[in-house]
Design a protein around this ligand. Structure first.
Ligand SMILES: Nc1ncnc2c1ncn2[C@@H]1O[C@H](COP(=O)(O)OP(=O)(O)OP(=O)(O)O)[C@@H](O)[C@H]1O
Length: 455
């Protein structure tokens, strides 16, 4: 066995395993020795040793045999001893590996799951504010030729960036289990980098990051101002782009707006497709709440939610989806603890603090004005005594909107409706809730009024 025959076999392997696999797994192999039919290779990392021996040992062996080189066995040895991996490093290594069935036993010893199994495309509700980000994520998740690199997702807190990244990773791993998808936060990237520096394992670090097919780095703004991490990130990024490997990045703002990020990185990040997740609108929030409530009810079939509660929450909690979800979870937990159905009153009691901070600045006067304009009645009739339906109904609609769009209590609302008793207000709200489920015209009117008032 000579270096020459390895040279020939390498060339043939390039054709057999394909360019990507070759660059990641065959190229880094160095022949250590050949003795009594055993061909030993040096590999840079333990991880690589395991992967290559599992997936490429037979192919390499066959290739030698086809060239009439009498190799009986191939062995792979790690070039330098590796540092004992810490739980975080092990978690990141696990994230680096494709979800192949034979790895289940390995995974058992690893703490936690790197990808949240709930964050899939199926559970992601699409609306106007996130439709482009969703479409781009779907495109990347299809695999295939890289069309934009990197995909850069940005948006405010809790708008679904991480959810979309996990969904991409799940989809890729399900569709192409052989693909090496590495998802990690920028903080983990830095942690691993610093650890590699400390343990003098920087070559292994580079190998690992350059051997992935898809690199996903969440919250990249974290590395701003951290010079050597940025530097390493830049080199990793370039190496992967050069190999035509997909990169997906997320941040809380657009690349150009991340302070402390080197200009060369900013410009690199802008080279692909930059998409933002806009703040949610009412429809999207309602869609998300409906989906979560459905899931919850599927597990707790006895639980009842009054009509209008989800609309109320979607309307009032506008901060971000995480807060919205948290509110719903709290509401469900509270309702099942006290054994009550989820009504508007319960929601207001249980979520008073969340509602206060998300409170909108719509006033009861504005509501009365808009509603009377819409139904073409006089403003004075809102607070007057007339009980004919053409006036009483719009008044009840205004009461309902006052309850669902402001933080005012029932007695306060009563005072603003000509000093009516809180039970009259309650009756009005209930009536509207009832009618909304049967009278689609009324439900539409109310929706429109909401939007007008929100605007
Ligand atoms: N469109 C959506 N459909 C369903 N769930 C959503 C959607 N958007 C966000 N969520 C949920 O909201 C929560 C927060 O989302 P995520 O963690 O992805 O936000 P983020 O944008 O990464 O925020 P941060 O910048 O704080 O990390 C998650 O539980 C996620 O499932």
């Amino acid at each position: 066995m000579t270096e020459d025959s390895w040279g020939i076999v390498r060339k043939q392997l390039l054709k057999t395993v394909g360019e990507n696999n070759f660059a990641s797994w065959i190229e880094p192999l160095t022949v250590l020795d050949f003795d009594e039919g055993i061909l030993r290779f040096l590999v840079p990392t333990k991880f690589m040793r395991d992967w290559v021996s599992r997936n490429f040992a037979d192919t390499i062996l066959n290739q030698f045999r086809q060239n009439k080189v009498a190799v009986e066995r191939v062995e792979f040895h790690v070039a330098a001893p590796e540092a004992r991996p810490t739980p975080t490093a092990r978690a990141a290594t696990r994230a680096a590996r494709p979800a192949a069935p034979q790895r289940a036993s390995d995974d058992a010893e690893l703490p936690g799951a790197p990808l949240d199994s709930r964050f899939t495309f199926d559970s992601f509700v699409v609306g106007k504010p996130n439709e482009l980000a969703h479409a781009a994520a779907r495109r990347v998740a299809e695999g295939g030729p890289v069309t934009f690199n990197p995909l850069f997702l940005y948006g405010g807190v809790g708008l679904g960036k991480t959810h979309l990244m996990h969904a991409i990773a799940h989809e890729l791993q399900n569709g192409q289990p052989e693909l090496r998808v590495l998802y990690l936060s920028a903080e983990q990237f830095m942690y691993r980098f610093v650890q590699a520096l400390r343990d003098k394992q920087i070559m292994s670090f580079k190998e690992l990051f350059r051997s992935v097919d898809v690199l996903m780095v969440d919250d990249v703004q974290f590395i701003a101002g951290k010079d050597s991490t940025q530097d390493e990130f830049f080199h990793t990024f370039n190496a992967l782009v050069d190999q035509n490997k997909q990169i997906v990045i997320s941040a809380d703002r657009a690349p150009g707006e991340i302070k402390g990020l080197e200009e060369r990185i900013k410009s690199r990040l802008q080279c692909g497709l930059v998409v933002d997740l806009h703040p949610t609108d009412y429809e999207l929030r309602l869609g998300i709440l409906q989906q979560k409530a459905e899931n919850y009810r599927a597990q707790n079939p006895g639980l009842r939610i009054d009509g209008g509660v989800l609309e109320f929450l979607a309307h009032r909690i506008t901060t971000n989806v995480r807060v919205l979800e948290g509110a719903l979870t709290r509401l469900f937990a509270f309702a099942s603890l006290v054994g009550r159905e989820i009504s508007l009153d319960l929601a207001q009691d249980c979520l008073a603090d969340v509602l206060r901070t998300s409170s909108q600045k719509v006033t009861i006067e504005e509501i009365q004005r808009k509603v009377s304009e819409h139904f073409n009645i006089r403003l004075a009739d809102m607070i007057g005594p007339k009980r004919v339906r053409t006036i009483a109904r719009p008044r009840q609609v205004a009461m309902y909107l006052a309850k669902t769009m402001t933080t005012r209590s029932l007695p306060e609302i009563g005072r603003r409706f000509g000093g009516r008793d809180h039970t009259t207000i309650m009756h009005g709200i209930r009536k509207v809730e009832e009618l909304m489920s049967t009278d689609s015209q009324l439900a539409e009117d109310i929706n429109l009024l909401r939007r007008l008032l929100e605007a």
